[in-house]
Unconditional design. Structure first.
Length: 162
């Protein structure tokens, strides 16, 4: 198990302050709960990904590219639901770190495709493992069945049309 004691202390401190200040009416609000759950998960994930010089958004780009290699920046942006300008900045950063490379498309020389480098593929494997461990730590208060139900319920909410 990945042990990041400093991050644990930060999360416990943040969550402790949040729960001690939480008004019962406020803590019953879904938006409040989702926001603070996301903040806690983000803290754990940020600490887990730091050794790989990645953040959560960059990891998401690598995951999308790995599943659909090679892909144009526009295709990757659509899959992630981000605008083209944001995707260009993310790919620029990942390219500067040596995780991805741009190359002309074989089918259309006017467009570039983005592919993972060997370093990017290796880092992705290890970073996904670290991110998965952070997620397990986040979900630790729930049993396996409740974790699966939470994920399924969130997926149903964000993809209501199936």
């Amino acid at each position: 198990m990945l042990k990041i004691s400093h991050a644990d202390d930060q999360v416990n401190d943040t969550m402790g302050r949040m729960s001690s200040r939480a008004n019962p009416l406020l803590s019953a609000r879904l938006g409040y709960l989702l926001k603070h759950a996301q903040l806690r998960l983000n803290e754990l994930t940020t600490a887990a990904l730091a050794p790989f010089d990645l953040n959560g958004r960059e990891l998401a780009v690598l995951v999308v590219l790995a599943g659909h290699e090679p892909a144009s920046q526009q295709q990757a942006a659509e899959r992630l639901g981000v605008d083209r300008t944001t995707m260009v900045a993310l790919v620029d950063t990942l390219q500067a770190k040596g995780f991805v490379a741009r190359q002309p498309s074989a089918g259309d020389r006017r467009k570039n495709v983005v592919a993972l480098t060997e370093h990017g593929r290796d880092t992705l494997t290890r970073a996904v493992q670290a991110s998965d461990e952070a997620e397990r730590r986040f979900l630790a208060p729930l049993d396996h069945s409740a974790s699966k139900q939470l994920k399924a319920a969130l997926l149903a909410v964000i993809q209501p049309d199936g």
